[in-house]
Design a protein around this ligand. Structure first.
Ligand SMILES: [Zn+2]
Ligand SMILES: [Zn+2]
Length: 160
């Protein structure tokens, strides 16, 4: 599996974190939790194996976690910008490429990518059964998660 190591920050920059882990999925998520909590759909996210794949470097005291059933969204108390999200008991952390510095060597400000580098562009659509409208691109579209994903799902590919 591919490894992601990048710095990230909330919108105001008070929370700074380090993302380090094996990538499970890099995709566009159409699930209702993503869109209702961010106000946009789909949401580009990268899920990483392990509950310790996000390390808070600064602003620990500003972290705010809101749980809605098993869905947990971690945001900044000051700017309400998202830091990460996860499903309770599923052993992964999802982070948002818009908030990460994905440039090789992490040069520049730790305040999100100005452009997503080729290697970190989304690879697929997940939870496509929940899409608000159809997407006409060449990415594979999965009803829930891809079948080789360790997350619980039926992994059924959906023909677009
Ligand atoms: Zn903030
Ligand atoms: Zn989602």
């Amino acid at each position: 599996m591919k490894e992601l190591k990048a710095k990230g920050a909330c919108h105001c920059g008070a929370i700074q974190y380090l993302v380090c882990g094996e990538v499970m999925v890099n995709g566009l998520c159409h699930c209702p939790n993503c869109r209702r909590s961010k106000g946009v759909s789909p949401v580009h996210l990268i899920t990483l194996c392990g509950e310790n794949s996000v390390e808070i470097m600064q602003g620990d005291e500003l972290l705010q976690t809101r749980a809605l059933d098993k869905f947990h969204l971690v945001t900044c108390k000051m700017c309400h910008g998202p830091v990460m999200q996860y499903q309770e008991g599923m052993g992964f952390r999802a982070v948002f490429p818009v908030s990460l510095n994905l440039r090789r060597g992490n040069a520049g400000p730790d305040h999100g990518a100005d452009r997503i580098p080729e290697e970190w562009k989304p690879q697929l659509h997940l939870n496509y059964e929940n899409r608000l409208f159809d997407w006409d691109d060449d990415l594979p579209k999965f009803k829930v998660f891809p079948p080789d994903n360790p997350l619980k799902s039926d992994g059924t590919p959906l023909e677009s």
